[in-house]
Structure formats: structure tokens, C-alpha cells
Design a protein around this ligand. Sequence first.
Ligand code: MN
Length: 411
Amino acid sequence: MKSWMGEDLGADGFGLANVPYGVFSVGDGDLRCGTRVGDRVIDLTGLEAVGVLRPDADADVLDAPYWNDFMELGPVVWSGYRAALQHLLSDGASEDTQDAVIAHSVPVNEATLHMPFRVSEFTDFYASRHHATNVGAMFRGPENALPPNWQHMPIGYNGRASSVVVSGTSIVRPHGQLKGPSDEMPRWAPSERFDFELELGAIVGTTTDAPLSVAEADEAIFGYVMLNDWSARDIQTWEYQPLGPFQAKATATTISPWIVTAEALRPCRVAGPERRVDLLPYLQEPGPMLFDIDLDVGLTPQDGAETTITRTNYSEMYYSSAQQLAHHTGCGCPMRSGDLLGSGTISGATKDSRGALLELSWGGKEPITLNDGSQRNFLEDGDTVTLRGFAKGAAELISFGECTGQLRPAR
Ligand code: MN
């Protein structure tokens, strides 16, 4: 699809095949809903107000500092609005329309990006076989690495919506209870094994209180963001039995500011790894439900240059977000617009495709070396972690933008 906004618009991953949704402000101005096209942010709240592009004829759904009201309108409205927006930006648009779009846009470097939606709930999963096998081997030994339930269902835990922050927010190293020299001598101290997790976040768009099939769950997902599930490994190892992660995962979770819509990713679908056992019927997929998304993680020391420390692909996952959502709703658990589901750490088979320092440094035993010669087992104060994703398979590359955060010293 060609655009009057520029010839090589899709080269940066923000062409008409993408058209992601976010929330921005300029200077001291209000928070507004927008999209990014090339190097401009277009004010969709403004285009709704002047009647150029309205998701709903009767109500101002974009007159809000989040996309939740729009998400609740459901897939038919999502699709119609996206088509109309792409039409406004494509070569067929009238000159009046083009003038209105330009009048309601700013250069991307003048916009401050905010949380694109209100997170109603947050659940995090554990869905890469390589990640689960590596972590299981470190925590419980190689013979007990993958628990027997793992290849039958998506394992997850209920997280904290209050901990989710937008890219660019600094993260303070947490305190927690750590195992001491013996089980009788724990201590309260700043985490010494603070880590990132490379994940994809799926955003539930439509509210439901009934169990969903995998196909229905897929339809209920509005879009996806990059997600960093910051994790304190020393807190985690001491607390996780018998009820799973708690304080180790509650400090912060960072998401990228642009929601890449499920519709934009549809041409990027791919099948996942082969299954060793058949899934129960309620978890079987009607077709390929993963996406071909190249992922990488950069680590930048304070005042230093970035080193790429991992490269992998989302298609490594064993369970899709649609399967996770179907499983999640199966017990009758209600889902609200703005429910966020973390995919679980995305790790590939090779050493340089692991999605967390815990695996990259093998539990702190094999430190990785950065470009400046310094070594890391876990994060140091001042380190910045940046996740990036580029989906392939659509007419153009689709960028997720950056999901970044700097670690500050414990208070
Ligand atoms: Mn996680």
C-alpha cells in the first residue's frame, strides 16, 4: 500500500502495514490517542473530534488517555477503523484529508509516549520449552527440568497490573528476602541477581466471562506489545515453592508504547515447534497461531555503548497467546478489556538466543562479556535493557519500537 506521506515509509517498520496504536502528549498538553506513521505521530483523538475519522458515529471513544474504550467495541469496529485509517494515509486520499492529517500530526521526536492502555489484570506464562527446560534444570536438576504438566497446558501465574509501566520508565533495584547461608538465616537486602525477561504481551480487547475456544480467544486479542518481565532471581529461588512467583516479579514489568494490532500481524503467522504429545481438544489450534517476529535484546552499561546479548524469534514458543487465553478462561475466569498476558520468556535452542541473563550466564556461572570488555552474570546499577521486535511476512516489516528501561540503585 503506497502512502502520500512518503515513498519508503515502511523501511523503518512503521508503514501502512503496521499503523500501531499508542498514547502521546506534546509539551504540557493532554494525553491523546495516536498512531505512528514513518517519523510522525498522528493525533487520532483530534481527527475524531473534527469528524475526519470516527470509530463510533455516536460517541467519542478516543477522547480518553487510553485505548480501552475503543478495544471494547470489538473486532468488527477494530477492523473497519483500521481500514479507514489506512485509506486516509494511502495514495487515494483527497487533498483536504491529507491537509487534515498533517494538521493533526507532530514529528515523533516531539511526542512523549505514555501507557497505551489501562492494564486491568496481568498474567504471566512460561511457554518456551527451551526456557522452561533451562530454568528447571538450574532450579531442580536436569532430571526434573520439565514438570510433567508442562507439555499438556500453558503454565502461568497471576501477576500485578499495578506494576506495569511504559518503556523509558526507570526501574529501582528491589529489596527482598534472600536465602542466607542456611535455611534458618534468611536476610532482607537488595536483590543481587536482578534480571530481565524477553517476552511478548498480548492484550485482551473484549470483555468476556465465558470459556473461549482457541479460535475465539484469538479473535478476542486486540494486539501485542514487547514486554520485559523484570525478575529478581535470588528472591525467586527462595520464595517460589510452594505457590510460585510473588515478590520476585512484582517490582515492575515494562511494555513498549505502541500496540501492534492482531490484524497487522495476521500475515506473519507461523506454526510453532513440533509437539511431542497431543494436546487435549480444548487447547488444539485451528491453524498456525504464532508469529514470525525477530527479537533482540540490547544491554547498555551506564555511559557505555549497547551490546546485543541475544537474538531469537517468537516462533520458538510452545503455546500461543490464543491457547493461553483459552486455557485461562476455561475455568470461568472473566477477562476484561485491557487484560495483559505475558507470553513467558522467549528462548531459542542456542546459547545466544536465550531470553534472560539467568540462562545466558547459566545461573551466574558463565558470565557474558559485553563489547566494552565488562562481564555480566546479572544486571548492574545503571544498565539499560532494550527489547526490540520486527515481524516479517506482511507487505513491509512491522516494528514494535523499543521496550527499554534503566536499572537504578536500590533505595
Ligand atoms: Mn516472565
